[in-house]
Write a protein that binds this ligand. Structure first.
Ligand SMILES: Nc1ncnc2c1ncn2[C@@H]1O[C@H](COP(=O)(O)OP(=O)(O)OP(=O)(O)O)[C@@H](O)[C@H]1O
Length: 705
């Protein structure tokens, strides 16, 4: 019994010892754990300060780049998390533009990524904080720089909130994204502190405009989706505005075109890109001019299609959005790699932003990210996209300012251009009839043939025409001379025909050059065709009113092309022509596109003037007798052209020139229109040089233009 007790006691002692050993081990482990923990905290602190150090250096580099105007600036904005329980993947937001994000599926050590931008705004940043850093850019618009601000990020990340122009008070519309839409809305509900960059920027523009009004007078216009290179979208219009509230009123119409709909992520998601463009035009007392524009672009959400869980039309829409954003990515990659070819033309979006992404503009990108764990994939992709954008080197931002001296030089050059055009040599009044002849408008001879020739030649580009002009053997004139010779025409006819053709060609080439000046002078684009009109009219003595009306009317249609203008083939009554001018004025006021009739009239009129003068010159040089009745320029008006007396005289002159009897004087449009009075065409009148006269009884309805 005693022995058994002793054994039991020694076992207890052993266990007690083991227990105390375990206690020691536990306390050692605990100590070690505490040491490790404190070490880890120290390490984390070190990492934080290292990241901060790195980012300070990097941001300094970015600032230098920014000051030299080379890089696209990138601001990152992180919105607050919508779900309190959701894990936040943003680990660290540095003060100087750094951001640490961790992958929720990896360990802290492996899953961390650091990004550096020009600025990072955390969830607590206010709209004013964001605007304070953006304001210098807005101000430089008023100094003559082009500026583009665009917001990128997945749906619901806060793009529209940042750019908010106003609170959403408008109904929601659905649409299919096929083009860039006009308008930017803001957060629903909210207060003035929620108003974003667009609103604050516009306020700033108008404020600066008022502050500087004694020194420089500004005109601010808003345009829907077009740039100076001529990318125009349907229904785009340019309207002058005086205040932010004017813009807001405009937006109410624009908003109709912007569609929002509910997706799995954002219940008020913008399903289109939205572009708001302000055009600024300033002129000081010395005549110096500055022009600039501000693009404010709220891109549609960049999330993967499956993420928004949309179907049907919304799915197509999302695919379109992704396509244009992927084109934007391609452009940025090409720019960052300094490729020789930048694929701007792959989407309307990149075409629209071409000047801002690769030109001499100042560009700012807002990269928007959502902090929630389930948005990690989109967040990383947005941050990578933004990082690539931040490496794009822009050319140094360029000031769009023209001194009055440059303007004067341009005008002088334009005048010189006009003087050097050969068709004006015939204005020199060397014979007693010279002056009168130069001012008389005549029905152009051989116009039907001219029309055909010009129709074909102007189908080519003007550059091609210019090249052709320099290549002797291929000029249309010479081709035509050869054809006339082969048709057995006499020398006088051939020379006259060659003169007319040459004049038309030279005028077209001059117009091309002239239009380059026009491009620099105007917001809208002028086609070469309309420039040609201006060249013609600048040479002819005209009333200033009619000239400006025509000039303005022509500006309104940038699709005008020379071939189309030379082709109108039905005679138009005078009343209609007047209406055209009125329509032109109307269209200038209403900014509606011009109708073809008005342009046809202008072109015919200018052609008539020029070719009429050419005939006078040619006749003069050929010493030909003509029987035309010369009327006083004072009494002359457009009706003279329709006078049967004059028309008969013209026909007689034509016959004397061509030696062709025009027995059948049917009513054919001088520009090649079909006969309007039934008459059998003969082989003779097919070659007629001038249109036959109109019988007085038909004058009211059938006129030569
Ligand atoms: N910084 C912020 N502070 C307060 N609310 C915010 C902030 N950012 C976003 N929100 C809110 O988050 C919601 C989604 O934001 P918003 O509509 O701007 O996203 P979005 O990126 O424009 O989305 P989508 O591409 O679908 O149009 C809105 O209700 C908005 O008010």
């Amino acid at each position: 019994m005693k022995k058994a007790n002793q054994n039991h006691l020694s076992l207890l002692n052993t266990q007690e010892k083991e227990l105390s050993d375990l206690k020691d081990l536990l306390s050692t482990t605990k100590r070690e754990f505490e040491d490790l923990q404190s070490q880890l905290q120290k390490d984390l602190k070190n990492i934080g300060s290292q990241v901060e150090e790195m980012s300070t250096a990097a941001v300094q580099y970015l600032k230098v780049a920014e000051e030299t105007g080379r890089n696209i600036r990138v601001f990152c904005r992180i919105r607050h998390t919508f779900c309190a329980e959701a894990r936040n993947v943003i680990d660290f937001i540095g003060e100087v533009g750094s951001l640490v994000i961790s992958d929720p599926l990896k360990s802290k050590k492996d899953g961390r990524k650091v990004f550096l931008f020009n600025r990072v705004f955390g969830p607590s940043a206010t709209q004013d904080d964001v605007f304070n850093d953006t304001q210098p850019l807005i101000r430089s618009v008023m100094d003559g720089y082009n500026v583009c601000i665009f917001a990128y990020g997945q749906t619901g990340s806060g793009k529209t909130y940042t750019l908010a122009l106003e609170f959403s008070v408008l109904p929601k519309f659905n649409f299919h994204i096929s083009s860039v839409a006009y308008g930017t809305s803001g957060p629903s509900g909210g207060s003035t502190k929620d108003l974003g960059i667009n609103y604050l920027a516009l306020n700033d523009l108008f404020e600066i405009s008022n502050q500087r009004k004694d020194i420089i007078s500004y005109e601010i216009k808003f345009k829907c989706c077009t740039n100076d290179n001529g990318l125009s979208l349907p229904d785009a219009s340019l309207l002058t505005v005086k205040s932010t509230s004017d813009v807001l009123n405009l937006m109410k119409y624009g908003e109709v075109n912007r569609v929002v709909c509910s997706t799995a992520i954002n219940n008020r998601s913008s399903r289109s890109h939205s572009v708001l463009t302000a055009h600024v035009h300033g002129k000081d007392a010395y005549g110096n001019i500055l022009r600039s524009c501000l693009h404010l672009v709220d891109l549609a959400g960049s999330e993967r299609v499956d993420k928004s869980e949309v179907t049907g039309d919304r799915l197509k829409e999302a695919q379109h959005i992704n396509e244009s954003l992927s084109c934007l990515g391609d452009v940025n990659t090409a720019l960052a790699q300094k490729n020789s070819h930048i694929p701007y033309r792959n989407s309307k979006l990149t075409l629209l932003l071409q000047d801002s992404l690769g030109g001499h503009a100042k560009t700012l990108m807002f990269a928007h990210v959502s902090p929630e764990e389930d948005s990690f994939g989109e967040t990383i992709s947005t941050l990578k996209f933004a990082r690539r954008v931040s490496t794009v080197e822009l050319g140094a931002a360029r000031l769009n300012k023209e001194s009055s001296e440059i303007e004067n030089l341009k005008k002088a050059l334009t005048n010189k251009e006009a003087r050097s055009t050969p068709s004006y040599n015939i204005k020199e009044p060397k014979s007693p009839f010279g002056k009168q002849r130069a001012t008389i408008e005549r029905t152009p001879p051989c116009l039907r043939r001219l029309r055909i020739e010009n129709g074909s030649s102007t189908m080519k580009s003007e550059k091609a025409m210019y090249v052709e002009d320099r290549r002797g053997p291929k000029t249309p004139t010479q081709t035509r001379v050869r054809r006339l010779i082969s048709e057995g025409k006499d020398n006088s006819q051939i020379k006259l025909s060659a003169d007319v053709s040459k004049s038309l060609r030279v005028s077209t080439v001059s117009a091309q050059k002239y239009s380059q000046f026009q491009d620099a002078e105007q917001f809208g684009n002028l086609s070469n065709g309309s420039s040609m009109m201006e060249i013609y009219h600048s040479k002819a003595p005209r009333s200033p009113t009619s000239y400006s009306v025509q000039k303005q009317a022509l500006k309104t249609d940038c699709r005008t092309k020379i071939p189309r203008l030379l082709l109108p083939n039905t005679p138009e009554p005078k009343v209609q022509a007047r209406n055209d001018i009125q329509n032109g004025m109307q269209s200038v006021l209403s900014t509606e596109p011009r109708t073809a009739n008005g342009k046809g009239f202008q072109i015919r009129k200018s052609l008539r003037t020029t070719i009429g003068k050419l005939i006078s010159g040619s006749e003069k040089s050929m010493n030909l007798q003509n029987t035309i009745e010369v009327k006083s320029p004072v009494t002359r008006d457009i009706n003279d052209l329709k006078s049967p007396v004059v028309a008969h005289a013209k026909a007689a002159r034509r016959e004397s020139l061509s030696g062709v009897q025009t027995a059948d004087r049917s009513c054919r449009s001088s520009l090649g229109g079909k006969p309007i009075e039934s008459s059998t065409p003969t082989s003779n009148n097919r070659n007629a040089k001038t249109p036959p006269p109109v019988h007085p009884s038909t004058r009211a309805t059938k006129r030569w233009l």
